[in-house]
Design a protein around this ligand. Sequence first.
Ligand code: NDP
Length: 336
Amino acid sequence: MAPIPKTMSGVLIEENGGVEVLKWKTDLPVPQLKDGEVLIRNEFIGVNYIDTYFRTGLYKPPSGLPLITGKEAAGTVISSRSPLLKEGDRVAYLGDATYAQFTSANPSTTLVAPLPAGLPTETAAAALLQGLTALTFIREAAGIKQELGVSLGPWTLVHAAAGGTGSQLVQILSVMGAKMIATAGSKEKCEIARKNGAQFTIDSSTEDIATRVKEITSGKGVDVIFDGIGKATFDLDLEIVARKGLVIVFGNASGAAGPVDLFKLMAKNIKIMRPSMPNYITTEEERKEFTTELFDLLLTGKVHTHIHKVYDLKGVAEAHTDLEGRKTTGKLLLRV
Ligand code: NDP
């Protein structure tokens, strides 16, 4: 292994704001390892919507600013003080401060998954966070654990179905045999969702979602809604959900949903959830279970990862602009 430098390049946020606050730095300190940690040389860094929340200030980092943001990456372990991983191991991981050349992580407290042979580093970086989100929300939040059989199972609906998380939800629900409606913001995005396995698609830029859902479900409504859009779709969700249905609001792409008037739930005995993926994967067993299942889905080709574009880490502002501008489909990556 090459010697570890003292300083590194990365992207620092010193104040909240627009993409202009993403500052490229070349003199950030390389993390010093504590007992149990590994140092990872990042090759590909996943861009996720949550990165924009930390940039704008919608979410506050526990240690305040300045902040190196970023929640996932994949690369190679170049130094280890952990019995669980050794130098040279290829890994994909969830963590903090990933918008940088090097990141430290503790594999006994966070998900740092060794990559099986045959799984490219780029694919792992593109699939990890959003794939685990889709998997845990389908299994744990919606409680869909077994193959459904299209005629028997509940009606499911995925908003922003051609996005990073949406594409993973659609593909995994399709593998489960779910009856599925996908909504997306253009004809092209709907076509992606259809190819990924949605039986019905609704173009939210030209069609009335409530009317189409009523037609498709013969007036019943949908039993489970996966909504990462938030504010703009939440009232609609309450309208199109079936009696005894479940609305899973898991993101704020259009702003945060709520507050909720609980009386609105009475008319149809609606259930609402606001889950966070990391809170479904906190134990070693959970890390192993969900990572193994996700990697199997990728290695067997049942789920694929569409990479919208690989940006240079230095050009991360363009990636945030594209993501927030609804210009992207699938996953955005940064190359170090
Ligand atoms: P996406 O790739 O899905 O991009 C966001 C998409 O949201 C857009 O492409 C667009 O699709 C749709 N959208 C609708 N309205 C707006 C708007 N006003 N502004 C911007 N986008 C809008 O991003 P991600 O997959 O990274 O994240 C999707 C959601 O999932 C986010 O809200 C994110 O926070 C959440 N998430 C939550 C997790 C959790 O643990 N709770 C974990 C991972 C993701 P279209 O044009 O088709 O409508």
